[in-house]
Design a protein around this ligand. Structure first.
Ligand SMILES: *Cc1c(COP(=O)(O)O)cnc(C)c1O
Length: 451
């Protein structure tokens, strides 16, 4: 384009005032925000040298504003086949937890003793139910498990040594690395054993005058197979007791239910870790527990008391809404309703036959709308740093067509649908979808793809 033509086009752009007149009456805030968007549109048009009328600029400015105002964190349909998808918010919550969180949004007695009419304890709310479901003497809740580990080490081992097996110096993801967390807690790391084998005697030889604790860390996201050995939790607890030091066990996911009935590998449960004699056992609220983001430390009364009174506690404390959701989630374990009440366990417990039936229904609905697809057998995972390498038989609806293009269109659906691309095919795995969302999934996919 010649310079003269570009200048002509520029002159043909409407003024901001002309566009705003086009937009009609607006309240002052809306007017100011629209004016800013209009200026952005005009700047883009000027650079592009395109001619455009006032009405079109107004429309584009409105679209731009709507785009900017759309929340970036939105509810999605998780059809990835990964139940605890960290990028999709880990555990979906139970109805009871959601109701409790909604109630806690107003004024609540989070730090108010209703019987005595004076200041109360934030940490008491989950303690009773945690004692009942884990068997531990006492507990403290913080905002995530990374915080629980940091707090436990800071409270029990600052300026002293912590013995950790070389095979457990792991990175969990999101930059959580055990050696670095240990350093931040003020404790000094003492590595024992080898990557694949660490014996009780390795720990025994490393414990000395400067040792404050033994730390065991769950290998959440990888598995060492073959020629391996590790000390039993019970033996580490006995050694710690004998030497007058603490045994801290970071369980990571921390399940309260057995995983083997669902075809998954065995996991040491929270109750087992407590019974084994750990001083402090830490785990997440939003992994296999199936609740809101939280970190839970349970264990012996004296050890937990040190965590609770540590200055870091104030910086790591959970908010009232998380406490409410956690207590309501734990109540499902207390009441024996976890498998049928908590979405995470409902998904884990879903049978392949039931998943196949749902996949056939979804495939039929999509085919009826002209979307080519078929039911495929898949392997789903628990995810979220739980049960590494363990999978369950699942069923998905595989969509015919260019996988990445289909995935992109479904991400733009309302609500966005997140599938799983494998072997250049987009699959919608039903393991990570609750049955009550099947119809919405079908409707959303049809609306997004049959255009
Ligand atoms: C997931 C995990 C953590 C971190 O827990 P968050 O609740 O995500 O902070 C720490 N340790 C282990 C072993 C884990 O698996």
């Amino acid at each position: 384009m010649t310079k003269a033509v570009a200048d002509d086009r520029r002159r043909s752009l409407p003024s901001v005032d002309a566009v705003l007149r086009e937009a009609g009456t607006l309240d002052p805030v809306a007017r100011r925000r629209l004016a800013a968007a209009v200026r952005d549109v005009l700047t883009a048009k000027r650079a592009g040298g395109t001619a455009i009328g006032a009405a079109d600029v107004a429309r584009e400015a409105r679209d731009l504003l709507a785009d900017r105002d759309r929340p970036t964190m939105r509810p999605v349909l998780n059809a990835t086949g990964v139940i605890l998808h960290t990028n999709l918010g880990r555990a979906p919550l139970s109805e009871r937890a959601i109701a409790a969180m909604r109630e806690a949004a107003g004024a609540v007695s989070v730090e108010y003793d209703l019987a005595a009419g004076r200041r109360g304890e934030r940490h008491g709310h989950a303690a009773r139910v945690l004692a009942e479901v884990t068997g531990a003497e006492d507990s403290v809740v913080v905002n995530n498990n990374a915080a629980a580990v940091l707090l436990a080490l800071a409270a029990l081992a600052a300026r002293r040594e912590v013995v950790v097996a070389r095979g457990e110096l792991v990175e969990i993801g999101g930059g959580f690395r055990i050696p670095e967390v240990l350093a931040r807690s003020g404790a000094k790391l003492v590595e024992v054993g080898t990557t694949n084998r660490t014996y009780l005697r390795d720990y025994a030889a490393a414990v000395g005058d400067r040792t404050a604790a033994i730390l065991r860390v769950h290998s959440s996201n990888f598995r060492v197979v073959g020629f391996t050995a590790s000390a039993a939790s019970r033996d580490l607890a006995s050694l710690a007791r004998e030497r007058g030091i603490a045994f801290v066990h970071d369980l990571g996911s921390g399940t309260l239910l057995e995983t083997t009935p669902y075809g998954l590998g065995a996991e040491e449960t929270v109750q087992e870790a407590v019974t084994a004699g750990a001083d402090v056992v830490t785990f997440s609220g939003d992994k296999l527990l199936g609740g809101p983001q939280a970190g839970i430390a349970v264990g012996r009364r004296e050890s937990v008391a040190k965590l609770r009174s540590h200055p870091l506690m104030r910086a790591l404390r959970p908010d009232k809404i998380a406490i409410a959701g956690l207590v309501a989630t734990l109540a499902a374990y207390r009441d024996g309703t976890a498998e049928r009440e908590l979405p995470v366990w409902r998904m884990i417990a879903a049978s392949p036959a039931g998943l196949a039936r749902r996949a056939r229904a979804l495939a039929a609905a999509l085919a009826g709308a002209g979307i080519a697809c078929e039911v495929v057998e898949t392997r789903s995972t628990v995810g979220g740093g739980s049960l590494p390498e363990e999978t369950q038989a699942s069923r998905a609806v595989g969509l015919e067509g260019h996988a990445t293009r289909l995935a992109q269109r479904l991400r733009q659906a309302d609500p966005p649908v997140i599938g799983h691309v494998a072997q250049e095919r987009l699959a919608l795995d039903l393991r990570s979808v609750l049955p009550e969302d099947d119809e919405r999934l079908a409707r959303t996919v049809i609306a997004a793809l049959s255009r």
